[in-house]
Design a protein around this ligand. Structure first.
Ligand SMILES: Cc1cc2nc3c(=O)[nH]c(=O)nc-3n(C[C@H](O)[C@H](O)[C@H](O)COP(=O)(O)OP(=O)(O)OC[C@H]3O[C@@H](n4cnc5c(N)ncnc54)[C@H](O)[C@@H]3O)c2cc1C
Ligand SMILES: *[C@@H]1O[C@H](CO)[C@@H](O)[C@H](O)[C@H]1NC(C)=O
Length: 374
């Protein structure tokens, strides 16, 4: 007889659970499940070589700057100066959760290609056990599971919608993924030999007086992309590093990602020369920037409720599959699945806990049944 729940198939051993993505949502889910005795067979499959996803300290930008002059407060997650301390917290949060997980729970460099659900799969090592889900990785590796928590960014889901789920997602859920917005926001760090700003200066605001509405088209963007810069945050000096952090969002930010470091440095030097009125202003000695839209496993920065979408789409995205069953084969977490706190780190963490709690509740309910579901 076909069985459906984890408990019935693996009495005493608990269900096989896979978490796809080792960002804060995936790590939060894993941490919660690890605290429960039934979830011993747990793996987090992470596409890249590090945990944390969009919580990304400067070190992962590469070796663009000499001597790694950035301490952790400049991690990938702060927006403006009051949040500097929060970023410290974010990186610390990732590190703490990682340290709390049993070794080998997180598998790195394991990009998932397709999630086969609504099936009946077996693993050679335990032929008596059937699982409704099979997670197929890009390297050909396959992992059967009773439950899979998908935490990949919405940008990635949008791009791979046609191939990531087999059978494809129900129409309504696919629609929600198309409708919810996923924007790009990047930071550009400029390191200077000497500060040209006053010691008490915290933010350099750029105001364009000749603003004509920004126009579409790559040829136009070439000449105007930098006008989208909000301004430059003056970072606290660290040893002899004097660093400004520029913020740029939208299409112009995506365009910036296609330019070389030299092109960005040249354009921003010209901007700063215009702003200061000093045509001799020395160019920064190095540039370092995020490129979230080009990152293959992210494809943008964070979600927003786009025109034509609503909180209901977020809830739809968060619904487990299959839609009509109590089984929860495929669950959805991640920043974009939190109706109230989408786009934020705490929204991502809460969503991971939410889905872990869903599985724990499912397990506890099944454990109370007089006999296993067969
Ligand atoms: C520039 C910037 C500034 C921000 N500022 C703030 C802020 O000030 N405050 C705030 O609260 N939030 C901020 N955020 C948002 C916050 O960083 C995110 O909401 C949060 O980190 C998202 O966590 P997540 O786990 O949902 O997704 P992610 O961190 O993106 O984790 C998803 C993981 O899935 C992995 N993955 C993707 N595809 C696959 C695959 N096929 N197989 C396996 N693994 C895969 C990815 O590599 C990644 O590790 C900012 C984000 C950016 C980019
Ligand atoms: C799931 O499998 C059942 C039984 O094989 C089938 O009737 C149903 O249509 C499938 N659902 C989807 C979404 O493919």
């Amino acid at each position: 007889m076909e069985s459906s729940g984890g408990r019935a198939e693996a009495p005493g051993r608990g269900p096989r659970v896979l978490v796809v993505g080792g960002g804060i949502a995936g790590l939060g889910a894993a941490q919660r499940l690890c605290g429960h005795p039934a979830f011993r067979r747990l793996r987090v499959l992470e596409a890249t070589s590090r945990a944390g996803g969009r919580i990304c300290s400067e070190r992962s930008f590469g070796n663009g700057l000499s001597r790694n002059p950035f301490p952790d407060p400049l991690s990938g997650t702060q927006r403006v100066s009051p949040e500097l301390c929060r970023s410290w917290g974010y990186q610390g949060l990732t590190n703490r959760i990682m340290a709390s997980l049993p070794e080998d729970v997180v598998v790195f460099n394991k990009p998932v290609k397709t999630i086969h659900w609504n099936g009946s799969f077996r693993e050679a090592s335990s032929p008596g056990e059937t699982c409704p889900v099979l997670v197929e990785c890009e390297d050909g590796g396959c992992f059967p599971a009773h439950h899979v928590i998908v935490t990949v960014p919405l940008g990635f889901l949008k791009e791979r919608l046609d191939t990531f789920f087999e059978p494809p997602l129900p129409t309504q859920k696919a629609e929600a993924i198309r409708k919810i917005g996923f924007g790009t926001n990047n930071k550009i760090f400029l390191e200077f030999e000497e500060p040209f700003w006053e010691p008490d200066c915290q933010f350099i605001q750029v105001v364009w007086e000749d603003t004509s509405p920004l126009q579409d088209g790559a040829s136009e963007l070439q000449h105007v992309w930098f006008k989208k810069l909000i301004g430059f945050l003056v970072l606290p000096s660290f040893e002899s590093a004097h660093v400004l952090c520029g913020f740029i969002a939208g299409l112009e930010s995506e365009f910036m990602e296609t330019l070389s470091d030299e092109e960005v440095l040249l354009s921003l030097t010209q901007v700063l020369r215009r702003v200061t009125g000093n045509a001799e202003l020395p160019a920064p000695r190095s540039v370092l920037r995020s490129r979230w839209h080009s990152a293959p496993y992210t494809r943008g920065s964070y979600s927003y409720v786009a025109v034509g979408s609503s909180g209901d789409d977020v809830d739809l995205l968060a619904q487990p599959l299959p839609a009509d069953g109590a089984e929860a084969q495929v669950l959805f977490a991640g920043e974009a699945t939190h109706r109230a706190f989408y786009s934020t780190t705490h929204g991502a963490l809460l969503s991971g806990w939410r889905e872990a709690d869903r599985l724990i509740a499912l397990w506890d309910t099944q454990a109370q049944l007089p006999e296993p579901r067969l």
